[in-house]
Design a protein around this ligand. Structure first.
Ligand code: NAD
Length: 260
């Protein structure tokens, strides 16, 4: 389905980004992986996807907290592959504290990585996508892009901003062959959430499993985590012809979280 297309997935050395990159590779897209991690482990991921799916996969370690580096990631991809078809803005971090105690440095980092990086990436990618008359921009927001929770001032503000950015870019590119949408997952059991489970378990002196069930019970009516493959499938759908008229919207994949 995506043979000949080229995708960047930011923050794809772990969790949701890695799941999406694997799905796009399975469908035949050339890939640019991005994110932090140990060099040997990243090379194993890169060569593993390349081997398994017979697609070209390169790694670029650009820091999504640096606007110029994000723009460089896009420019470098176009230089290496001669095109860019899919941009998945996925890299993200979390930090929790009451607003009056929220460290300024954490607020700044969350806004840069979870929101500004998408702005820089999109600004750099849109001219190429317009030229190709085809492009798919997919912003991995969150249920927290649509509703709030306590102690997540930075994250909720950034994710709401990302949903707003999605609408503007959807409008600006409408009719050009380029679409821009947000995907809003509920709880997905990745390293980002494992840290929150561990914090809750320590705070309440309960087991990891009790803490995991507690998170689900509080927010996610299905009482099940969203699977990585399910998010990969949603991104693949947004890249399909059937999704050509879906733009500027936010798609919830959250087990009912935001229906409440
Ligand atoms: P994760 O911690 O498993 O992965 C985050 C990825 O981003 C990693 O590859 C990491 O190296 C990369 N990254 C972090 N800072 C970076 C930087 N400065 N530059 C480049 N890469 C950087 O987290 P995840 O749960 O897979 O989260 C991925 C996205 O999904 C995030 O935007 C997150 O907010 C969003 N999300 C996650 C959940 C969930 O329940 N896990 C729910 C909703 C939304």
């Amino acid at each position: 389905m995506l043979k000949g297309k080229v995708a960047i997935v930011t923050g794809s050395t772990s969790g949701i980004g890695l799941g999406i990159a694997k799905e796009l590779g399975k469908l035949g897209a050339g890939l640019v992986l991005n994110g932090f991690g140990e060099a040997g482990a990243i090379e194993a991921l890169r060569s593993g996807i390349e081997r398994e799916h017979g697609v070209r996969v390169v790694y670029d370690g650009a820091d999504m907290a640096q606007g110029e580096a994000v723009r460089g990631l896009v420019a470098g991809t176009i230089e290496k592959f001669g095109r860019l078809d899919i941009l998945v803005n996925n890299a993200g971090i979390q930090f929790t504290a009451p607003v009056e105690e929220f460290p300024i440095a954490r607020w700044d980092a969350i806004l840069k990585i979870n929101l500004s990086a998408a702005f820089h990436g999109i600004a750099a990618a849109v001219p190429q996508m317009r030229k190709q008359r085809w492009g798919r921009i997919i912003n991995i927001a969150s249920a927290h892009g649509l509703v709030g929770s306590t102690h997540k001032a930075g994250y909720v503000a950034a994710k709401h901003g990302l949903v707003g950015l999605t609408k503007v870019v959807g409008l600006e590119t409408a009719g050009s062959g380029v679409t821009c949408n947000a995907v809003c997952p509920g709880w997905v059991r990745t390293p980002l959430v494992e840290r929150q489970i561990a914090d809750l378990a320590a705070e309440k002196r309960i087991s990891q499993e009790e803490a995991a069930n507690g998170l689900l019970a509080e927010k996610q009516p299905s009482l099940e985590f969203v699977a990585l493959e399910q998010l990969g499938g949603a991104v693949a759908f947004l890249c399909s012809d059937a999704a050509e008229q879906i733009t500027g919207t936010a798609i919830s994949i959250d087990g009912g979280w935001t229906a409440q």
